[in-house]
Design a binder for this molecule. Structure first.
Ligand code: SF4
Length: 343
């Protein structure tokens, strides 16, 4: 396993107190695999990704507990004094150790694990040319490189992501590019350090449908060429079906179900996954008939029901669902579900 999350709990400070945005999330990513994380807005998928990157907004959020193992090593202690484990050192020693850990995390973030976001315009600086923004990545991770080497590497990377005229693009500003081209630049920047893992958080949501398909195809192609593993975060089950080998369905900050993609689509176990799949239009559907939907809406984090967080929307809810949190069960090989129906 290149990445393994065990019982990750992340909390946020809100006006009504601390709430758990991620509550006991566990999963693994194998080398060379594409893992999809799917769920509605606010289900905790992006917070999970930011936790892996060590980019949770401080001081409002923190990792309460859990382990994030990258190549067998827990990287949570490298993310500052967020856990109880790093608070026992004496003050001076603690400061030194904090700096060393932060430097180490810096080497992992961006260099070993990279991330691309939904809207590339917000990640690119509008007042700097693409070339200088590309070179900045090399300056940060490979300070020994000279300017000519950085230019050469940037041009090569832009070419790798399918930009036909990289020299010209290096001289352009982000506003001169289309949404698809900007996302290609972001991918080039994320891959310039040849990371082991690429996390793509809704990378195509802001793009036209045809460009979406091109970008997803490019990510799949680069994954193979660069021998990377990919975590693809999306709210679109179609994207998961076409691009991933494994999938995780999240709801209310917890993993509802995880399985191989084929198994998940053929045999969904969790009532939430079943509801999501039923709401996808099919070719066999009676023309003009209404699509089934999941009743109700996702409650806010401050207002989550106790027990199973899906209990106020589930058609199969039982008394026990409101009384106790369903633990993850393994009713079939490599197919996990957190639901009291499978006790
Ligand atoms: Fe529905 Fe209960 Fe299963 Fe939750 S635990 S999904 S409420 S049946």
């Amino acid at each position: 396993m290149i990445l393994k999350l065990s019982n990750l709990v992340v909390s946020f400070e809100t006006e009504s107190g601390r709430v758990r945005a991620v509550d006991g999330v566990s999963f693994s990513l194998k080398e060379g695999q594409t893992l999809g994380i799917v769920g509605e807005s606010g289900c905790g998928k992006s917070v999970t990704a930011l936790s892996i990157m060590g980019l949770l907004p401080k001081p409002f959020s923190k990792i309460e507990s859990g382990v994030i193992e990258f190549k067998g090593r827990d990287i949570v202690p490298l993310m500052g004094s967020q856990t109880k484990r790093s608070s026992k050192n004496a003050k001076e020693k603690k400061e030194k150790s904090k700096k060393e850990k932060s430097d180490e995390m810096q080497k992992i973030r961006g260099r070993k694990i990279s991330m691309i976001f939904q809207e590339p315009m917000t990640a690119l600086n509008p007042v700097h040319k693409i070339g200088s923004q590309m070179n900045e990545v090399y300056q940060l991770h490979f300070p020994q490189m000279n300017r000519a080497d950085m230019d050469r590497a940037s041009i090569e990377m832009l070419y790798q992501v399918g930009i036909a005229t990289p020299q010209k693009l290096m001289q352009q500003y982000p506003h001169q590019l289309s949404g698809g081209m900007r996302q290609r630049v972001m991918i080039a920047m994320a891959l310039s350090s040849k990371p082991d893992i690429l996390i793509a958080d809704e990378p195509t949501t802001a793009l036209d449908v045809t460009v979406q398909a091109q970008i997803l195809e490019l990510i799949g192609d680069l994954k193979n060429r660069f021998s990377m593993s990919v975590i693809l975060i999306t709210h679109d089950l179609g994207v998961i079906a076409e691009n991933c080998e494994q999938a995780i369905v999240m709801y209310g900050g917890r993993v509802a179900e995880r399985a191989g993609v084929v198994d998940l689509f053929d045999n969904p176990l969790h009532p939430y996954t079943q509801g999501l799949l039923k709401s996808i239009p099919t070719l066999n559907q009676i023309p003009k008939s209404t699509l089934p939907t999941i009743k109700g809406r996702v409650p806010s984090l401050e207002d989550m029901p106790s027990g199973c967080r899906f209990s106020n929307r589930c058609e199969r809810v039982m008394d026990i669902c409101r009384a106790s949190v369903p633990i993850e069960l393994n009713p079939k090989d490599d197919h996990f579900v957190a639901c009291h129906l499978f006790r």
